[in-house]
Design a protein around this ligand. Sequence first.
Ligand code: PHE
Length: 468
Amino acid sequence: MLSVSETNPFQAGAYMATFHRSRQKRGLWSSRLGFIMASAGSAVGLGNIWKFPYVTGMNGGGAFVLFYILCIFMVGIPLMLGEMVIGRHTHKNPVGAFRSLKGGAWTTVGWLGVTAGFVILSYYCVVAGWAVDYLWLALKGTFSSHHATEVPGLFVDLLESDLAQIFWQALFMGAVIGIVLGGVSNGLERANKVMMPILFLILLFMAVYGIFSPGGPTALRFLFSPEWSKLTPQSMLEALGQALFSLSLGMGAMLTYGSYSDEKTNLPYAAFSVSVMDSCVALLAGIAIFPIVFTYGMQPAGGPGLVFKTLPIIFSRMPAGSLFAVFFFLLLVFAALTSGISLLEVVVAYYCDEKKWSRRKATLLIGFLIFLLGVPSALSNSLLKDFHIIGDRNFLDSIDFLASNILLPLGGLLIAVFTGWVLTTRLAKSEIEKGAVRFHCYSVWHFLIKYITPILVALVFLHTIGLF
Ligand code: PHE
């Protein structure tokens, strides 16, 4: 690319203008807050509200939660900053970014990300579809017309209905496609700015309600007092995978969002605040859900249906429960939408940048293919219920396992190694400090991303796949 300093001042001005125009054409967030809100929107999703509570329940609580928080600080925050630095420096999709920075085998890391985006969104839409179905049930007042003991059965009914699941999955995918068609600052940003704050407030309310319910104290003990004997290598991998999934890391989503941010954005501040927000939402979701589990003598290790089987019980009993149910499931659908759009955006950005497809063509075509790949996930509890791929996991749980516990840790490991060892210190530091940003913790970050993040990910990862 032409360097500005090689031209005379007049040409430099013209060059900058053209350069800026091409950036604008690709898309930029309209404000710095817009970037932070969009990234938080990507991070906060089903991972926090559906997945965090149930994997915590299945992995014994306290010790898992503490190891999860360790992963956020040692792996998540450093990696998020790394992805944002790569994205903003190149202003490209993951494949284009790695190709332009180093090329060769490193381009595969970008490919891994695009593939993960494709795979994750396919089943993400199915789970989001369950949330849309529950929103519909809430609107009809179904929870208040059922006795608490009958409520968990509603989820079983949904899982057995193929058509209903495919219908809601299609509806959700349609909404994701619609927003991504709108482009960066029109579609993505506007949607996020409205949805995120509402989501946070409602969840806060539900968590306070949980703490003061009879199961509150047991739930807090379950979540925060560690029993270290329950922390197996397998659950460490799940905590790591969950941290990456929840922060949208290891596949280039934050890289892609970073690529739409401008030179003045304070990336360390963005990475830190997004990670902290995301972790707060996950913990709030746990604090809202586990009191119900303990109050009603349910199983903490109840599996992927946990949030759908527990919270509606409360809605069926509390005053104005139907109204709260509508708000809550609306929130869950919003959260899923803002994450779903970031997953699709990674794949669409690749086809727009590299293959020069129009945004319209890329979004519609890829969106449809992802929907098709999601159909077996939608059928995994009914027609395909005897079809197990990994252990005794059904199709949906297997590809979730594959994506969260293999693709994302592998992607995370490679991105950390790339940021710490391949990017020069000069490049990384000058990218972070653009726009007069002062980053006092640069050496701490660089040490973490160079040594601690890759070693931690590699140890946990290799141990679980049996190589170490
Ligand atoms: N972070 C999202 C969630 O918690 C899921 C996601 C994963 C989004 C990876 C983008 C990339 O639901």
